[in-house]
Design a protein around this ligand. Structure first.
Ligand SMILES: [Zn+2]
Ligand SMILES: [Zn+2]
Length: 290
């Protein structure tokens, strides 16, 4: 199925970057439980809901990482660049809290060996290879420490001169998908959401999110089953990324709705397009590579 691109109101001056809010993991847990009730993957989504509850509790217990926006920051590189060692240090305690959701997850001293692969996945590098429950929880703990830092930022409203719109302006990770807003005065605005820290940044329209090609993009979806989800596929790089439309469902959460709409990935994969966005909660073999 093909869908037309939405039209944007021209009068809106959008904020380029929007930080996540402190209730992110609560919203994700609620969305997971809501979607699980009608999903064939109910057991997995309900387990992830318990993990999201644990992420919320872990984030509430974290001390301030002390990362702030410098007054003269120029947005030419990710804000958190160079702070990785601090995040990794905070990661171990969070991971050891999250691993209680189990079953049989290794302690942080062993699971730390999985950190480089988790970071590579979130950066948008190759997503192939067998991923285990421990990989999922390692990434979930990274999400907590990065989201905690991003949620405390006080970001300026309005335009910011981002050098790179392919990666998160805060942590440099790849987007998990894009949400198309339906809020009053912001209808039709498109924001990419970071797969790691959940910061959202405004995406330039009329070009491929993955390769910047201004050429034709095609839209695929399964309207009856997933009315708020479309895959945007590019005929230049043959990649796709999913869009989530608030006008069709105000509760959409890109990271979560992605997991519940894998039938769209199968459909788009059959058309020869490859998944362009990482999702740390997607196990190997669940989605079709193009
Ligand atoms: Zn980020
Ligand atoms: Zn492209």
């Amino acid at each position: 199925m093909l869908f037309p691109e939405q039209t944007l109101p021209l009068s809106v001056e959008p904020s380029t970057v929007v930080a996540p809010t402190g209730d992110l993991f609560q919203r994700r847990a609620a969305r997971l439980r809501q979607l699980a009730s009608s999903s064939g993957a109910a057991e997995w989504l309900n387990w992830l809901a318990v993990l999201a509850d644990a992420q919320h509790a872990a984030m509430a217990g974290l001390a301030d990482a002390g990362l702030a926006l410098p007054a003269d920051f120029d947005w030419q590189s990710p804000l958190f660049a160079g702070a990785e060692s601090g995040f990794d240090a905070a990661w171990a305690d969070v991971y050891d809290t999250l691993r209680q959701v189990g079953p049989d997850l290794p302690p942080s001293r062993d699971a730390a060996a999985l950190l480089p692969a988790a970071r590579a996945l979130l950066a948008g590098a190759a997503t192939t290879g067998q991923r285990t429950l421990a990989d999922v929880v390692v990434a979930a703990a990274l999400q907590v420490v990065h989201t905690h830092a991003a949620a405390r930022l006080i970001l300026p409203k309005g335009h910011l001169p981002l050098a790179d719109r392919h990666a998160c302006p805060c942590c440099g990770s790849a987007p998990v998908g894009a949400v198309v807003l339906a809020e009053q005065g912001k209808g039709g605005l498109r924001y990419l959401e970071c797969s790691l820290c959940a910061t959202r940044w405004n995406a330039v329209r009329a070009r491929c999110t993955l390769c910047d090609d201004p050429g034709v993009v095609a839209y695929f979806g399964i309207e009856d089953a997933f009315p708020a989800v479309r895959a945007e596929a590019c005929d230049h790089c043959h990649g796709y990324i999913k869009l989530y439309f608030q006008k069709d469902d105000r509760q959409v959460e890109p990271l979560i709705d992605d997991l519940a709409s894998l039938a769209i990935d199968v459909l788009v994969g059959e058309q020869g397009y490859a998944r362009g966005a990482p999702n740390p909660f997607l196990l190997a073999g669940e989605a079709v590579d193009g």
